[in-house]
Ligand binder design. Structure first.
Ligand code: PLP
Length: 391
């Protein structure tokens, strides 16, 4: 059966060029980059090259990049590393729509006695910057606000946010896991102090990430161990993975235009046809301020899980906006925060594309999905009622 992969916000395929660059560093050049000998030194220079490539994608200096094991570690390091640097400050500001890598940590910290403010979003998934301004206090150690949301693709105005946060002398972290390689990021002259990325979202392997730490930013090492990463992250570097992420970063910079023109065009075609052809379909999230590869659509009166199951039978991979919790289907915290009605939040599907998707695949999804939605609505008691009203 044919597979059409449209779940790139969950993970992406490793690019061939990335794998090719990694392979010699498993069995041929397997030295430890911290070793004194030439054999290890060769690996250290390749690591430097990867650091330079990641830095270039972010408009950063190589020494401002530390390698981590994933986006989650980068997020945790940013927050814990800042709290460790300002032990007398006990307040954190974040949003209700962050990834669990930030949100669950903040909930854990609340249990440890920190006070946490979670900013709300409107129906389009946008923040109210006045609420941000009002939330900042003398006690605020860090503001952690994502660059773009993984479910809706909605982009937050991080430079505007950063200006507000920096005017109060507070550290600003952004989770850019869903934007690196999709939209331009330039840390030179930016208001961001700390920025997280994850390799597997832009065609590097799973299990590697990076944290940008602006020069001069106070940072308490989160993973305490050896002197690696200039003492900011202990642990022998995962060399092949980092080399892979370096190559992926180089390719991402080259493909940025493709992402913003061709991939955006495919996403727009998919979105407009599904909104037109499927009954009671609605777009979630700000139409303009979105990553170019993501569309999040609610199909009213049907279950997202049922849609996923049936499209999976046609080989189509996507994600739903609900999660199975204790036997019931809970709409995602993001859609809940946006105030979506129950009937819409339940029938939500996210399609997220990448440079490997083609127009033919988009046409295939446009052909297969609307009849599935119609069929599901016919067997749903609410859906039948609405259909009979001619909606
Ligand atoms: N932050 C965001 C916005 C994400 O989408 C993800 C992964 O889905 C993460 C953090 C976590 O990244 P990782 O899977 O590399 O730990």
């Amino acid at each position: 059966m044919r597979t059409v992969y449209m779940d790139s916000n969950a993970t992406t395929r490793v690019a061939d060029e990335v794998l090719e660059d990694m392979l010699p560093y498993f069995c041929e050049y397997y030295g430890n980059p911290s070793s004194m000998h030439t054999f290890g030194g060769q690996v250290a220079s390749k690591l430097d090259e990867a650091r330079g490539r990641v830095a270039a994608l972010l408009g950063a200096l190589p020494e401002e990049i530390i390698f981590t094991s994933c986006g989650t570690e980068s997020d945790n390091s940013a927050i814990m590393g800042t709290l460790g640097s300002y032990p007398h400050k006990r307040h954190i500001v974040t949003t209700r729509v962050e990834h669990p890598a930030v949100l669950s940590l903040c909930k854990h910290l609340a249990g440890e006695g920190y006070s946490v403010t979670q900013l709300s979003v409107d129906r389009d998934g946008n923040l109210d910057l006045a609420e941000l301004r009002e939330s900042l206090t003398e006690d605020t150690a860090i503001v952690s606000i994502m660059h773009a949301n993984n479910e809706t693709g909605v982009i937050f105005p991080i430079e505007e946010i950063g200006r507000i946060v920096k005017s109060r002398g507070i550290v600003f972290h952004t989770d850019a896991v869903q934007t690196a390689g999709k939209i331009p990021i330039d840390m030179s002259g930016s208001t961001v102090d700390l920025l997280s990325i994850s390799g597997h979202k832009f065609h590097a392997p799973k299990g590697v990430g990076a944290l940008y730490i602006r020069k001069g930013t106070k940072f308490h090492s989160f993973l305490i161990g050896g002197h690696q990463e200039r003492g900011r992250r202990g642990g022998t570097e995962s060399v092949p993975m980092i080399i892979g992420m370096g190559k992926a970063a180089e390719l991402a910079a080259e493909f940025l235009e493709d992402e913003n023109v061709r991939v955006r065009g495919l996403r727009d075609k998919l979105e407009s046809e599904l909104l037109e052809k499927a009954p009671s379909a609605e777009l979630n999230g700000d139409r303009e301020r979105r990553t170019p590869n993501t569309t999040n659509i609610s199909f009213q009166y049907v279950e997202g899980e049922a849609i996923l199951l049936l499209i999976d039978r046609e080989g189509i991979c996507a994600s739903s906006g609900s999660a199975c919790t204790a036997g019931s289907l809970e709409p995602s915290h993001v859609l809940r925060a946006m105030g979506l009605p129950f009937t819409a939040a339940h029938g939500t599907v996210r399609f997220s594309l990448s440079r490997y998707n083609t127009e033919d695949e988009v046409d295939y999804v446009i052909e297969k999905v609307p009849p599935i939605i119609r069929r599901l609505r016919e067997i749903s008691p609410f859906g039948r009622e609405e259909l009979s009203k001619g909606s």
